[in-house]
Design a protein around this ligand. Structure first.
Ligand code: HEC
Ligand code: HEC
Length: 230
C-alpha cells in the first residue's frame, strides 16, 4: 500500500513538473521572443506586414525545426541569413558585388541551457500547417544529382550559400539546413514556399517530385561536414 502511494505521488510530481516546464517555456516565449517572432500566425499577407516581422515566423516551429539544433543554437546563436531578415536593408554597394554591412546586423539573444530547453519544448509544441506535411518515405539517394539541380538547373544557389562564402546571400544558408530543419518540412517548402509564406521571396520552381528528394539528399549531405572546424 505504502509503495503504491509513493509511486502515485512520484507520478503526480513528474506530471506537474512537466506541465510547469512547458508553462515556463510558453511564458518565456511570450515575454522575450514575441516582439520579433510570430508565435500564433498567420503568415504575413502583404509586403508591408512582412517587413514588420523582425524575425522568422515560429508559429509552425514544431513542424520545421529539429529540437536538438534549437537547444544548441539558442545558447550560442550564429547567423543563418548572411544578410539578415531583409537583404536590402543590410547591404552596401561596392564595385564588384554587393557587400553585407555587418554593422547593421545585431546578435541574437542567447539563453541559458534551462531556458533553451524549455523554449525549445514550447516551440516544438507549435504545430500549425501540419496539413502541408506529407508522410511519404524519402528516396535516399541522388545527392550528386541534387547538387547539379541546386547549382545549375534551378538556380537555387543564386540565393543560398552552399558553403561559407560560396553562393547567394539573400536566403538562409543551406549548408546547415540539414541540421536545423526537418526533411519533411524542406520537401514541403521547396514544393510550395508560398503555402508557408505567401510573401516568400523564394520562387516556386515547380521541381518534379524525384528531384525534390535529390535536392534534400544534397542538403542533408552538406550538413554532415564539420563547418565549424573550417
Ligand atoms: C530582436 C528581435 C528578436 C528577438 C527578441 C528574438 N529573436 Fe529569434 N530571431 C531573430 C532574427 C532576426 C532571426 C534570424 C537570424 C538569422 O537568420 O541569422 C532569429 C532566428 C531565430 C531562430 C531560428 C529561426 C530560423 O528559421 O532561422 C529561432 C529558433 C529563434 N530565433 C528563436 C527565438 C527565441 C526562442 C527567442 C526568445 C527567447 C527569440 N528568438 C528572440 C530576431 C529575434
Ligand atoms: C530568389 C531567391 C531564392 C531562390 C532562387 C531559392 N530560394 Fe530557397 N529561400 C529563399 C528565401 C528568402 C528563404 C527564406 C524563407 C522565406 O523567406 O520564406 C528560402 C528558404 C529555403 C529553405 C528553408 C531554409 C530555412 O533555413 O528556413 C530551403 C530548404 C530552400 N529555400 C531551398 C531552396 C531550393 C532547393 C531552391 C531551388 C529549387 C531555392 N531554395 C531557391 C530564397 C530563394
Amino acid at each position: 500500500m505504502m509503495i503504491m502511494i509513493k509511486i502515485l505521488a512520484l507520478a503526480v510530481l513528474v506530471l506537474v513538473s512537466i506541465a510547469t516546464a512547458e508553462a515556463d517555456g510558453i511564458a518565456l516565449l511570450k515575454s522575450q521572443c514575441a516582439s520579433c517572432h510570430s508565435l500564433d500566425g498567420p503568415a504575413a499577407s502583404s509586403l508591408t506586414e512582412l517587413k514588420m516581422r523582425k524575425g522568422p515566423d515560429l508559429f509552425y516551429a514544431g513542424n520545421k525545426y529539429q529540437r536538438d539544433w534549437m537547444v544548441e543554437w539558442l545558447q550560442k546563436p550564429v547567423r543563418i541569413r548572411p544578410a539578415g531578415m531583409f537583404y536590402g536593408e543590410h547591404i552596401k554597394q561596392s564595385e564588384k558585388r554587393d557587400m553585407i554591412d555587418e554593422s547593421t546586423l545585431k546578435p541574437h539573444i542567447a539563453l541559458s541551457v534551462t531556458d533553451a530547453e524549455s523554449a525549445a519544448d514550447a516551440l516544438m509544441a507549435l504545430k500549425a500547417n501540419s496539413n502541408l506535411i506529407d508522410d511519404k518515405p524519402f528516396v535516399a539517394a541522388g545527392a550528386p544529382l541534387g547538387e547539379m539541380a541546386f547549382d545549375k538547373f534551378y538556380g537555387c544557389m543564386a540565393c543560398h550559400l552552399i558553403e561559407p562564402g560560396y553562393g547567394g546571400l539573400s536566403g538562409p544558408e543551406v549548408y546547415t539546413a540539414g541540421r536545423r530543419l526537418q526533411p519533411k518540412f524542406m520537401r514541403s517548402f521547396i514544393n510550395n514556399p508560398q503555402a508557408w509564406n505567401p510573401k516568400s521571396m523564394m520562387p516556386n520552381k515547380h521541381v518534379p517530385e524525384a528531384n525534390v528528394d535529390n535536392l534534400i539528399n544534397f542538403i542533408l549531405d552538406l550538413a554532415k561536414e564539420d563547418w565549424d572546424a573550417k
